[in-house]
Structure formats: C-alpha cells, structure tokens
Design a protein around this ligand. Structure first.
Ligand code: 5GP
Ligand code: ZN
Length: 111
C-alpha cells in the first residue's frame, strides 16, 4: 500500500467526501475546511508537487484548470472563488501529492 494519503483516497483505502471523479482527477471536501466551500482537486497520477510537473503533464494540468470554474459554479460560487497550490515545505505543503485548493463562500478568510 502506498504511503501517500491522497493515493490511498483514490484507491478507496481511505474514505473521503468525493464530489467529482473521472479517469484523470478526483475532487473531494477538505477534512478541515477553512471556508464555507473548501475542496481539493487532485490528479489521479501521483505528482509530488507543482515543482514536479513535467511537460508530459501539460494536458492534465490544463484539464484541471478548466474544470475549476465549472466546479466552483456547481458549488454555488457564482461571485468568485480562490484557488491555492502550496508547493513544498516552504510553501506550506503538508500532503505531498499535488492538489489545488478551491475555496469560497461568505466566510472566506483574508489572504
Ligand atoms: P496542503 O497544506 O498540503 O496544501 O493541504 C493539505 C490539505 O489536506 C489540508 O487543507 C488538510 O486539511 C487536508 N487533509 C489532510 N488530511 C486529509 C484527509 O485525510 N482527508 C481530507 N479530505 N483532507 C485532508
Ligand atoms: Zn499520491
């Protein structure tokens, strides 16, 4: 069993509140939400950080970016939303499987 938390969520070994899934990505609720809406979007392939992206991931990362506004609208965030990618320990990353935070709602904290 992989010791990557998010790979284990993808594999179904660890439960998560999954809102969207296809062959490339998964979207689930953050377990410790920092806003009314706080989702995590991850690629199904294990990529450690944004800094580990390779040219071969070009289409995948574009796919993720294009899906984000769609997901935000589905969550009722028609007035805007925030996306965050923490990269590496210096960037505050705690789970080393690339993920995009999607945050929004009335209680969005200041940046
Ligand atoms: P990072 O700091 O790496 O950018 O963010 C990791 C995020 O994963 C945090 O916001 C944290 O709350 C979330 N998280 C940590 N463990 C779990 C878990 O087991 N399940 C879910 N759904 N989210 C988690
Ligand atoms: Zn992983």
């Amino acid at each position: 069993m992989s010791d990557c938390l998010f790979c284990n969520i993808i594999a179904g070994n660890i439960p998560a509140d999954i809102l969207y899934e296809d062959d490339k990505i998964m979207v689930f609720k953050d377990i410790y939400p920092k806003a009314d809406v706080h989702l995590l979007m991850i690629p199904k392939v294990h990529i450690e950080t944004l800094a580990h992206l390779e040219q071969s991931h070009h289409d995948l990362i574009a796919y993720m970016m294009l899906k984000l506004p769609q997901l935000a609208l589905e969550q009722g965030l028609d007035n805007g939303f925030r996306t965050i990618i923490n990269t590496g320990k210096g960037g505050g990353q705690e789970v080393f499987h690339l993920h995009i935070h999607l945050l929004g709602g009335k209680n969005l904290p200041g940046f």
